[in-house]
Ligand binder design. Structure first.
Ligand code: SF4
Length: 375
């Protein structure tokens, strides 16, 4: 394994667009940390990682953990795993958690990368999405983290928010670029089943932005960031001066990783496993020693699909020689045959023998992938 992901399933408020697994009752936070430490021990005894490159605390909102809770988790991790000399340690944070004391503590604990969930610098957007912070807190948190020594800060922004104009989206990007961030993730808002936004959309209370507007906002995003010197290296991700999310690169390049906590996924190159997502069941099963997850062996077809889904989201694309070597000549033949139409249309191209989706066409990645999949 090359990295560890830990899912912290708690949030202060439920954002109206979010379908991640989390609880807004913080009552069980201490019990959860105890269960997580036990999972770290159980899995670490069987499969301790050596020379790991990354640790990523995501959620949920990991920044709402107290310093003693974080210390407990990290102590358990250190008991079973070792890291290379300069690993990437990321923690996802909400701006309202990032006061000076917390930022200092995160640095002392070894985190060297903050992923700050800003989403928008417009109060109207933050209110409609029901974020737990203000635009002012978002800006202050980034500046504060930088002045406390964090030089690898990434920020999440959302575009395609109902009611948000392209001009307002452009202002968001400009504001982000005026702050000391080295990396930026920008996601188009999606209406996930079961979310308040999806319910409102069905009732006609919320209208998705028209497709032309989405395309225009994506165009603005690329134009602004590329001219500011950022590299668009993955569908939703941009880095300054070659900076990438090393942890996410493990996912996109098919490396193995261990996932801990409710709903976390793991991958070992052949098998994918996932933990139960319900917090209560997770804690109960950990305490009784029952299995907390399921595992599936991936078929060649599934592995081929995973390879395309991950590699074609990046600027490095997919390698036909790799497809032949790992999955067989039939897969390569199918891949190259199906890709031909996209090469002719200009939505794909060949770069150093690899086939890539042109970044300007990444918005139709799903459409291209469907054509490249095996039946
Ligand atoms: S803080 Fe993040 S994980 Fe929590 S509800 Fe909002 S978007 Fe979802």
């Amino acid at each position: 394994m090359r990295g560890i992901y830990i899912h912290i399933p708690f949030c202060r408020k439920a954002c109206r667009y979010c379908d991640f697994y989390f609880s807004i009752s913080l009552h069980y936070l201490d019990n959860f940390v105890d269960a997580l430490v036990k999972e770290i021990r159980l899995k670490g005894e069987k499969n301790g990682g050596r020379n790991l490159e990354t640790l990523y605390l995501g959620g949920g909102t990991p920044s709402l953990l107290s310093a003693p809770q974080l210390e407990k988790i990290l102590k358990a991790i250190h008991s079973y795993h070792t890291f290379q000399e300069k690993p990437e340690w990321t923690i996802e944070c909400n701006p309202d958690d990032l006061d000076v004391t917390t930022i200092k503590k995160l640095r002392q604990l070894g985190f060297n990368r903050l992923s700050i969930g800003v989403q928008s610098f417009h109060e109207r957007d933050l209110e409609i999405m029901r974020r737990s912070h203000t635009a002012e807190q978002a800006e202050a948190s980034v500046r504060q983290a930088s002045s406390e020594g964090f030089d690898n800060i990434t920020m999440d922004l959302i575009y395609g928010i109902p009611g948000q104009s392209s001009a307002e989206w452009e202002e968001n990007i400009e504001k982000a670029l005026s702050l000391p961030v080295s990396h930026l993730s920008a996601y188009h808002l999606t209406f996930e089943p079961g979310t308040v936004f999806d319910h409102w959309r069905k009732k006609g209370k919320l209208l998705p932005v028209p497709e032309e507007e989405s395309v225009e906002q994506y165009r603005i995003l690329r134009e602004k960031l590329l001219s500011a010197g950022f590299d668009h290296y993955e569908l939703s991700n941009f880095g300054r001066k070659g900076i990438v999310s090393k942890h996410n690169m493990l996912y996109w390049s098919g490396q193995s990783y261990l996932g801990l906590g409710p709903s976390a996924h793991s991958y070992d190159g052949e098998r994918r496993s996932w933990n139960i997502s319900t917090l209560k069941k997770y804690m109960d099963r950990i305490s009784t020693g029952e299995d907390i997850g399921e595992t599936e062996h991936l078929t060649s077809k599934e592995l081929y699909h995973d390879y395309l889904i991950t590699s074609l989201r990046t600027k490095w694309g997919a390698d036909p020689a790799h497809i032949e070597e790992v999955f067989g000549p039939g897969f390569r033949l199918h891949f190259e045959k199906q890709a031909q139409a996209f090469l002719e249309k200009g939505s794909m191209s060949v770069m150093a023998g690899r086939l890539v989706i042109e970044p300007g066409h990444w918005l139709i990645t799903d459409h291209i992938l469907r054509a490249l999949f095996m039946d």
